[in-house]
Ligand binder design. Structure first.
Ligand SMILES: [Zn+2]
Ligand SMILES: [Zn+2]
Ligand SMILES: [Zn+2]
Length: 222
């Protein structure tokens, strides 16, 4: 059956949309028309007042733009660092009344003497203990030398993310990459500060690798 175009269809626009729908679509199209000013309500940064449509944190419009957020954090850190020493000491005493702080990395409560200073933090201390910061430094050296882990452990072949000093630092070993080999946690704990060759003699033979040859050479030299 063919329906005649009655009066009810005469106010329809293109593709059967109502005129009200057409008007709404035109308004939305005008918002994205680059000849028109592009600022839609709520797209200005509430701090600097600029149109920052493309510079808000992901998935959010309104509030502070990303450059303003960065600027604010930088200013805050500088203000913290400029505090007088007494103020930092008072803040530290208030925040850590028993003189202990929890390391952000190893999650251990340690005496505040085991944290290096960082004036930008409210308590004037680093978030990681000195031990964890050192481990981070070795890891950076290791990543530069061997790429990102996990690496096969030099002493047992299991995957590991730790770094062993072939000649222990306590025995004068350096942080030079020549003195470092990839290692798993178990072997690192087991070897501790023992000389490499004496420790290896107590264990099953490790799988052959260039790191092992390097380690044995370094142990003979050291
Ligand atoms: Zn802004
Ligand atoms: Zn730690
Ligand atoms: Zn191992």
């Amino acid at each position: 059956m063919i329906r005649a175009a009655g009066p009810a269809r005469r106010d329809r626009g293109l593709w059967g949309r109502s005129l009200a729908q057409e008007e709404r679509l035109d308004a939305i199209a005008a918002m994205f028309d680059h000849d028109e000013p592009r600022v839609a309500p709520g797209r200005e940064c509430t701090r600097c007042g600029e149109d920052r449509t493309s510079q808000f944190p992901r998935g959010r419009l309104g509030g502070w733009c990303l450059p303003c957020g960065r600027k604010q954090r930088r200013e805050h850190r500088l203000r913290m660092a400029a505090r007088p020493a007494e103020e930092i000491a008072a803040e530290q005493a208030a925040r850590l009344p028993d003189g202990r702080k929890r390391c952000w990395r190893c999650r251990t409560w340690r005496s505040i003497s085991e944290f290096a200073p960082n004036r930008r933090n409210p308590d004037g201390l680093q978030d990681r203990c000195r031990k964890c910061l050192l481990a981070l430094r070795y890891r950076r050296v290791a990543i530069r030398a061997w790429g990102r882990g996990p690496w096969p452990c030099t002493y047992c072949g299991q995957l590991g993310r730790e770094v062993d000093h072939v000649v222990p630092r306590a025995a004068g070993g350096t942080d030079d990459p020549e003195n470092l080999v990839p290692c798993c946690r178990t072997c690192n704990r087991s070897k501790r500060d023992r000389p490499l060759l004496a420790w290896l003699a107590t264990r099953p033979a490790p799988p052959p690798s260039e790191h092992l040859d390097r380690a044995i050479a370094a142990a003979r030299r050291g």
